[in-house]
Design a protein around this ligand. Structure first.
Ligand code: NOJ
Length: 754
C-alpha cells in the first residue's frame, strides 16, 4: 500500500507556498485587514458575522422578532455584514449607502442571492445542465448568471450546490449535479469558475458558495430537512470530493447545512468545518450557515438555547449566521464570558473582510450598482443564445423506437397535448427567484415556429395549485374533463406530442415526494390517448428522475427535457425536428419503481449478487434489480460504436499514469455528439470499492462514418480512494477498466497497477 498523502502534502505545500507568494505580490489584503480589525469594536466584529434577509423574497421561515425597524437600526450601527434577497441596483445602493455613510467604519455589505440557474435569463435547472456533460457550456451558464446578477447589485451567489444525491424523492436533486462524485466535482469546479471568472474584483464576477456542507443530499427516505445516516467511506469518497473540487477551484464561500453528520449538526460541526475544510483543505474564505441553521441547533437538541447555539456554531467554524440572530443577540456575551475566544471572532471576521477586499468593495462599494448595466445586460441576446445552447445540450433522448424522431419538417397533423405544453412558467423550474414569471418559450411556441400543422388540446385542465416558490404546488388530481377533446384530436393526428411531468415548483427545496409517477391525472391521460393513437412522443418535464415504467413499455419515443429555462420551447422544437441531435446522458439513475430508491450505479457489490435457484441472493421478489434507465444513458439520432480498447502503461513496471485509448465511430447517417465514459473497478481493496466508478469522460462530435481515438489518463487521482481516516491511497492490484456510452454498456479490460 502506498500512502501518497505525505508526498502529496509536500508537493501541495510547495505549490501553496508559491501561489501564496504570487497572490501576496498582487493582492495582499492581510495588512489592510489587520488595520481594520484593530479599529473594530466587538459589536462591529460580530456585526460582520450577522446576515439579514432583505424585505422582498423570503427563502426560509420568517424568524420571530425580526422586522424592518431592527434591521435598519442594525445596518446603521454596522451590525450587519451581509444581506440576502435584496435585488435591483436601486435597493442595493440604498442599503449600501446607509451602511457606508452612517455606520462608524462604513464597511460595505455583501449582497447574496440564490442565483441557482440564472438571474433573469434562466438556464436549465442544474440537474439538466449536468445531463449535458459539457463543462464549457456549464461554466458559460454560470458566467451568464454572474453577469446578470452582478448587474442588479449582487456580488455573491449561493451556488453551486454540490450535494451528491441518490434519492429522487428528495426535491433538491434538481439543484445539483446528480449521483456521481466525479461528474459532480467537475461540474462544481466549472460553475465556481463561471461565477468568479479570473478576477473577482471585476464588476461582472461574483463570489461563489459551495453548499451544503455536508451530506445534505442524503436525507432519509428523501424527506427534506430530516436526519441523514452516512458512513465514513461514503462521506470521504462520495460527499466531500465535489466540495474539495469547488474549494480547489477557488470558491470563496461555503454554506453549511441543516442536517446532522454522525450526531453533530453540520453548523456546529468542528470536525467538518475546522478540521477538514479550513484545516486539511486550507480554505481561507468564510463559511455561512444555512437559513436559521444556527438556531436549529436548539431544535436538534444539540444546544440548550440560542446563546448556547451561537457559542457552538462560532466555535465550530460557522463564520456567518444567516437569519438566526444568534450571533448578533448572543455572541458578545459568549466572548465576554470566555465561552468563545476573541481569536475565533477575529478569524471569522478576517475571512469575511478578505472576501470583501477581494471583491473590490472597499475600492468601490457601489461597483455592482450601475443602472445602465442593469438595463443593458438583463435578457441580453448573448445570454439567450447561451441559454438555448445549454438547453439543447441538456435534453436526453430516452427511447426512439422505429426512429419516430426526428419529426419530418413537413410532417402533417401534429397533435400537442398536455397543460405543460403551453406553460411559460413551469419550464423556468424551481429556484429562479430573480426571473420574471411566464418568460419561458413554451413547447407550443417553439413548435409553431417550425410548422403550422400543430393543433393543441390541454387534455385536462391540469389545475396547478399555488404555483409559487413559497407554497406547495400540485397538479390537478381529479379533473378529467378535457380528456375527450384530447382523445379526439389524437385520433385525427399523425403523431401526438404529449408534454407531461411535474410543475417546476414540484421539485426544489422542501418538495419531497413519496411517488415518482406522472403526478395528477397525467398517467390516465397518457393511457387514454395511447388507446386511440400510439404514435406518441412523450416530452417529459421534471425536476427529478421519474419511474415511468408504463411509458417505457408502451410509448415509442421519450424525450427527457427537465425544466430547461427561458429558451425551453425553442430547444425542444429543435430536437424534435432534428435541427439538434440530442446528446445528453443521465446524471442520475431512473428507477423502475419508487421501491428501488435509492438506486445508483456506483453501489457496492453484495456477497450474494449472483442469481441462484433459491431465494438467498440480493433481489426483490416483485421487481427487477435493474434501473429503468441507468446513469450515463442517453440515445442519439445516430449510433456510436466502441472498439479497440487499449492500455498503455507508462513504463514496463506497470505504474501509472495509464493511458487508455478507445476508438469511437459514428455508424449512423447523421452527425452527432457522444459522451465517451470511462469507469474503473478496483477489484480488491482495503476499503471495498464500488462495482463501478466514473473516472473520465469526453464529449466528442462525429460526422457520419467518422471515427476518433479517445484518450483518457488514469493517474493516482483516478485510481486512488480515501480510507476511513480520510487518507488518500492507491492500492496495487487489478483494476477493471470499462469504456462506453453509458454506465452499463461498453468494452472492458483488466490492468494490474503495481
Ligand atoms: C435555504 C437553502 O437551503 C439554501 O440553499 C439557500 O441558499 C438559503 N435558504 C437562502 O435562500
Amino acid at each position: 500500500m502506498r500512502n501518497i498523502r505525505f508526498k502529496g502534502s509536500l508537493i501541495l505545500g510547495l505549490i501553496l507556498f508559491v501561489m501564496t507568494n504570487i497572490v501576496a505580490q498582487n493582492k495582499n489584503y492581510e495588512a489592510q485587514i489587520d488595520a481594520l480589525l484593530s479599529k473594530m469594536t466587538l459589536e462591529e466584529k460580530i456585526g460582520q458575522m450577522n446576515q439579514y434577509n432583505g424585505f422582498w423574497d423570503v427563502t426560509g421561515p420568517v424568524p420571530a422578532g425580526g422586522g424592518a425597524k431592527i434591521k435598519y437600526e442594525h445596518l446603521e450601527k454596522g451590525w450587519v455584514g451581509s444581506m440576502l434577497n435584496v435585488k435591483g441596483t436601486e435597493q442595493v445602493r440604498k442599503i449600501q449607502e446607509l451602511v457606508v455613510n452612517k455606520s462608524r467604519l462604513g464597511i460595505p455589505l455583501l449582497f447574496g442571492f440564490d442565483v441557482i440557474h440564472g438571474y433573469k435569463t434562466i438556464s436549465p435547472i442544474p440537474l439538466a445542465e449536468a445531463a449535458s456533460w459539457d463543462l464549457t457550456a456549464i461554466e458559460k451558464s454560470a458566467r451568464v448568471a454572474a453577469i446578470e446578477a452582478s448587474a442588479v447589485g449582487l456580488n455573491w451567489a449561493f451556488a453551486p450546490m454540490v450535494d451528491i444525491s441518490r434519492d429522487a424523492r428528495w426535491g433538491r436533486v434538481m439543484e445539483g449535479g446528480g449521483e456521481d462524485p466525479y461528474l459532480g466535482a467537475k461540474i462544481g469546479a466549472a460553475r465556481v469558475k463561471g461565477f468568479q471568472g479570473d478576477d473577482l474584483a471585476a464588476p461582472n464576477t461574483i463570489a461563489a458558495c459551495a453548499k451544503h456542507f455536508a451530506a445534505y443530499g442524503f436525507p432519509e427516505a428523501g424527506k427534506d430537512y430530516t436526519a441523514i445516516e452516512i458512513g465514513m467511506s461514503t462521506l470521504y469518497n462520495v460527499v466531500l470530493p465535489p466540495f474539495k473540487a469547488a474549494v480547489d477551484a477557488g470558491a470563496r464561500t461555503v454554506m453549511n447545512s441543516f442536517n446532522l453528520v454522525n450526531g453533530i449538526p453540520a453548523t456546529g460541526n468542528s470536525w467538518l468545518q475546522r478540521d477538514i475544510l479550513k484545516g486539511r483543505w486550507k480554505f481561507d474564505g468564510f463559511v455561512i450557515s444555512d437559513w436559521g441553521s444556527a438556531g436549529e441547533l436548539v431544535d436538534h437538541g444539540y444546544a440548550a438555547d440560542l446563546s448556547h447555539a451561537a457559542e457552538l456554531a462560532a466555535n465550530a467554524g460557522s463564520d456567518v449566521d444567516m437569519e438566526s440572530s444568534a450571533y448578533i443577540g448572543h455572541l458578545k456575551a459568549a466572548v465576554e464570558s470566555g465561552r468563545v475566544s476573541m481569536a475565533v471572532v477575529d478569524d471569522a471576521v478576517r475571512r469575511i473582510l478578505r472576501v470583501k477586499f477581494e471583491l473590490g468593495l472597499f475600492d468601490d462599494p457601489y461597483k455592482y450598482c450601475d443602472p445602465k448595466r442593469e438595463k443593458e445586460l438583463l435578457y441580453h441576446p448573448d445570454h439567450q443564445a447561451a441559454a438555448l445552447d445549454m438547453a439543447k445540450k441538456s435534453i436526453v433522448l430516452l427511447k426512439n423506437e422505429k426512429q419516430l424522431l426526428p419529426l419530418k419538417k413537413d410532417q402533417q397533423k401534429i397533435a400537442v397535448i398536455g397543460a405543460l405544453a403551453a406553460d411559460k412558467n413551469s419550464p423556468l423550474g424551481s429556484w429562479r427567484l430573480g426571473s420574471d414569471d411566464n418568460t419561458a418559450v413554451s413547447v407550443l411556441d417553439g413548435l409553431q415556429k417550425y410548422t403550422k400543422n400543430v393543433k393543441y388540446a390541454k387534455g385536462a385542465e391540469l389545475v396547478i395549485g399555488q404555483a409559487t416558490f413559497t407554497m406547495e404546488t400540485k397538479i390537478n388530481e381529479t379533473d378529467t374533463g378535457g380528456f375527450a377533446e384530447a382523445v379526439k384530436l389524437a385520433k385525427e393526428s399523425e403523431v401526438v406530442i404529449m408534454v407531461l411531468g411535474e410543475h417546476g415548483f414540484q421539485s426544489g427545496e422542501s418538495r419531497s415526494r413519496t411517488k415518482l409517477d406522472l403526478p395528477g391525472v397525467q398517467q390516465a391521460l397518457l393511457e387514454a390517448v395511447y388507446k386511440v393513437n400510439p404514435r406518441i412522443v412523450l416530452v417529459l418535464m421534471n425536476g427529478r428522475p421519474l419511474a415511468i415504467t408504463w411509458a417505457d413499455e408502451h410509448i415509442p419515443a421519450i424525450l427527457e427535457t427537465w425544466q430547461l429555462g427561458t429558451q425551453s420551447g425553442n430547444a425542444i422544437a429543435q430536437v424534435l425536428f432534428g435541427d439538434y441531435n440530442p446528446s445528453g446522458k443521465l446524471p442520475m439513475t431512473f428507477p423502475r419503481s419508487v421501491g428501488q430508491v435509492p438506486i445508483y450505479y456506483n453501489h457496492f457489490s453484495s456477497g450474494r449478487a449472483d442469481p441462484t435457484p433459491h431465494v438467498f441472493w440480493t433481489h426483490y421478489s416483485d421487481e427487477s434489480n435493474k434501473p429503468l434507465y441507468p446513469f450515463g444513458y442517453g440515445l442519439s439520432y445516430t449510433q456510436f460504436e466502441y472498439s479497440s480498447l487499449d492500455m498503455i502503461m507508462t513504463d514496463a513496471a506497470g505504474r501509472q499514469p495509464v493511458t487508455v485509448q478507445v476508438t469511437v465511430k459514428n455508424t449512423g447517417k447523421v452527425a452527432g455528439e457522444e459522451v465517451a465514459q470511462l469507469y474503473i473497478h478496483d477489484k480488491v481493496a482495503g476499503v471495498v470499492r464500488p462495482v463501478k466508478e466514473l473516472k473520465g469522460f469526453q464529449k466528442l462530435s462525429l460526422q457520419p462514418g467518422e471515427s476518433k481515438i479517445v484518450e483518457f489518463k488514469l493517474t493516482d487521482a483516478e485510481l486512488g480512494f480515501y480510507n476511513n481516516n480520510g487518507d488518500f491511497l492507491v492500492e496495487p492490484g487489478e483494476f477493471e477498466i470499462m469504456v462506453g456510452g453509458s454506465s452499463q454498456t461498453g468494452l472492458k479490460t483488466v490492468i494490474t497497477v503495481k
